[in-house]
Ligand binder design. Sequence first.
Ligand code: HEM
Length: 507
Amino acid sequence: MYLGDIGVVLAVLLIAVLIFQGRRKNALPYPPGPKALPIIGNLTDMAAKSLWHPATRWAKQFGMFCVLSHVFGQGIVFVNTSQAATELLDKKGSIYSDKPNMVMARELVGLDGLMVFTGYGDQFRRQRRLMQRAVGPQVVSKYHPMLEVETKAFLRRLLTSPENYTEHLIGYAGGKTLMIVYGHQVKSSHDPLLALADEGTDIIKGLASGIGIWPVDVVPALKSLPNWFPGAGFKRNAVYWKRRMQDFVDVPFQSVLTAVNNGTALPSFCSLLLDGDTSNTEEHYDIKWLSSSMYSASIDTTLTMASLFILAMVLNPRVLKKAQAEIDTVVGTKRLPLFSDRASLPYIDAIMSETFRWGCPVPLSIPHRLMEDDVYEGKFIPKGSLIFANIWAMVRDETLYPNPEEFLPERFLADDDELLKKRKNPRNFVFGFGRRRCPGANLVEQSIWILIASMIAALDISKAQDEKGAYIEPEIIFDDNIFRLPKPFKLSVKVRSKQAEQLLEQA
Ligand code: HEM
C-alpha cells in the first residue's frame, strides 16, 4: 500500500475512534474496561485465543454486568451475567438483535442470506418462521428414526479406528446434517456434496475467526481498492470464496428442487419447506439460504458438543459407570436406548446438561449489534456496539454451580425447588439470548441426547494406555476462537460387550 493510502486509512480510523469516543449521552460514563491504546484500542486484547478467559477476568476486575472495550472505534461490550443478558438481549430485543454490517462477509463474499449474518428485519423474521416450521418443538420428533440410524452408523465407524474420533465425528455431523437438511445420504467420505459443504463451512469459519471483523468492515472505503492493489489480498480471497459459496448454497438446493418436482425427494428440512410450492422465488431464496445456514451452524457445534462429552467421559470414569448402570437397569442390554426411554433416564439427561454447562460449546455466543444508544445501570452503551454474551462467565457462576470446574451431573438432580431448577438449566445460556437465540436448539436436544445415550449404552470410553498398561493423561488444548473445541486427544474406545457389538451391527 502507498504511504498516501495508509495515511487515508489511518485518518478514517482516527475519525471513527473520535466519533466513538465523542458520542456520549448526558455525559454518562461508559462501562469500565481494560485500557485502550490510541486508535487501535483493545486490538491486541481482542486477538487473544479463548477470548472468554480475558473477558471473564475483566468482568471480575471492572464489574460483572458489562465491560466495554473498542477496536478502531468499534465499541465492544461483554455482557457477563444472566441478569444483564436478560435485561438487555431479551427484554430489549427490539434494539439488541441486529448483526454488524460485515462488508467482507455480506457484500464481498455475498453471504447476505446466511442467517447468522442477516440484519434484524423482514428477511430475518421470514427465516425464523421457516425454521420454526421445520425444526420447531412440535415437529422435531419426525427426525427421530433418521437420527437413530445415523447414530448407530457413527458408533460402528468409531469402533473401526477410535483414534480418528474427530474425523468420524465430522463425518457423522456432516452426514446427519446433509440427511436432515437435504435428504441426501452420504455413502462414502468422498461424497461430492460433503466435500462442498466442508469447504463452505471452512470459508464461513475463516470469515468469522478472531472477532469476525475485517479492516474493510471498519473502513468500507477499502472495498474500492482494485483487486491487484498491494494489501488488497482480502478482495482476491473474496472473489474466490464468493464463487465457492455460491456452489455450496446452490448445488444441494437444486438437487432437492429437482427431486421434489420429480416426486422422488426424501423427507428433509428443505423438501418439507418446498412442499406444495416449487415456484415462489422469494421463498426459494429464503429456503436455499436457510438450508445452508442450518448446515454451517450444525457441523462445528455438533463436533464440539460431542468432543466435549467424550472428553468428560475420559476424565470421569465414575460418571460413565453410573450412567451405564442406569441404562442397563432401565433399557436392559438387548437393545439400544430409544427416544421413548428418555423420561426414565434422568442421569443421562443430567450428563447432557452438565456437558452443556461444563463444556460450554460457544462461550461468547455470536455478537449482536446494538441499534440505538442505550443506558444500563447508569452506564452509556453507544449505538453500533457489538454485544458479546459471555456465556462462559454465566456457566461458571459459583453461586449457581458450586465447584464449577468439576463435571458433576448430580448438580442437576439435587432436591432444588422448581425456581432454582429452572435457573440452573444451562440451556438458558448456552444457546444465546433474545430473538437470535439458536433456532436449532430443539433439534440439538434430540440429536445430542440419542448420541450420548447410545455411546454410553454401547461403549467403554477411557484414557488410552501405554504398552505397560499405564494410563496416558489426555492433552487438553482449546485453540478455537468461536467454539470451545478440544483438539484431538488420546483415548480408548471399546465396545462394551459382544451383545452391544451385535446390536450395532443390526441395520
Ligand atoms: C450444541 C449445539 C449448538 C449450540 C450450543 C448452539 C449455540 C448457538 C449460539 C450460542 C448461537 C448464537 C445465538 C445468539 O446470537 O444469541 C447460535 C446461533 C445459531 N444456531 Fe446454534 N447451536 C447449536 C447447534 C445448532 C444446530 C444443530 C443448528 C441447525 C440446525 C443451529 C442453527 C443456528 C443458527 C441458524 C444460528 C443463527 C441464528 C441467528 O443469527 O438468528 N445451531 N447457536
